[in-house]
Design a protein around this ligand. Structure first.
Ligand SMILES: C[S@@+](CC[C@H](N)C(=O)[O-])C[C@H]1O[C@@H](n2cnc3c(N)ncnc32)[C@H](O)[C@@H]1O
Length: 228
């Protein structure tokens, strides 16, 4: 990242902290995403975020996309979070290159046409097994296959039985094959690190030595159509 872009992203992050709408992902994950957005810019005309919460990454996507001459599509099933994310973008960047969609990724993909050519998609919505499988299928259903996709919370697990199906990793390896080609991004779960490895009050923890997220190049993937 050159220093001007570094400083701009830093200013956006500072403002997000000030208004309480920062991303709960690690700084390393955010840096990795911004670096990927820059590296892959020539491979498409937009960035897509699936699952925006309060817009902590949305605003950073809007900022970097402005520099890169790209658009951003933000997809979330919660109208309230879409509105907060929209405010985060307005407050930090004031960007006009962002479209907000009250939808899931499958419905977005079904409506999309060949004008939407994503260089990078962040999948950070429903982390339960079936939800991630649906998002993987939506990637393949896009009229123009996105160049790359990042999946957050690859290492996330729950000790709580009702959330035992939060398994981004399993959804990926079942859908794309054991040993599917990917690059780890973000932090790695280690004792005393950013990602807790022991269950907290809500039962969440991260699997030891497992990465926070993974990046896949969609052109290198094959979808197993017979996913359970
Ligand atoms: C973990 S948060 C996203 C965090 C955000 N990317 C950030 O870094 O600040 C998950 C978000 O996904 C949304 N969500 C849940 N299920 C979804 C689905 N099936 N499709 C799209 N969004 C979904 C939730 O409403 C919530 O805003």
């Amino acid at each position: 990242m050159d220093s001007t872009v570094d400083l701009m992203i830093e200013a956006v992050r500072d403002k997000l902290v000030e208004i309480g709408n920062y991303s709960h992902t690690s700084t390393k994950f955010q840096d990795d995403l911004i670096n990927c957005a820059r590296a892959f810019a020539g491979q498409g005309n937009c960035l897509i975020e699936v699952g925006c919460f309060r817009g902590g990454l949305t605003a950073q996507f809007a900022a970097i996309a402005q520099v890169l001459g790209q658009e951003v599509h933000v997809i979330d099933i919660d109208a309230g979070y879409l509105e907060v994310a929209q405010q985060s973008v307005q407050t930090t960047v004031g960007a006009t290159n962002v479209a907000f969609h009250l939808s899931d990724f499958a419905a977005f993909a079904a409506r999309a046409d060949e004008r939407i050519r994503a260089s990078l998609v962040l999948i950070d919505g429903d982390h339960r097994y079936a939800g991630v499988v649906a998002d993987i299928h939506a990637l393949f259903a896009m009229p123009v296959r996105p160049f790359a996709a990042a999946f957050h919370d690859f290492s996330l697990r729950y000790a709580t039985p009702t959330l035992a199906d939060v398994r981004v990793d399993r959804a990926l390896s079942d859908s794309l094959g054991e040993g599917f080609p990917h690059t780890p991004i973000g932090e790695v779960a280690r004792p005393g690190g950013f990602l807790t490895v022991t269950p907290g009050e809500d039962g969440h923890y991260h699997e030891l030595d497992c990465p926070e997220g993974v990046l896949v190049e969609c052109g290198r993937l094959t979808l197993a159509l017979t996913v359970a």
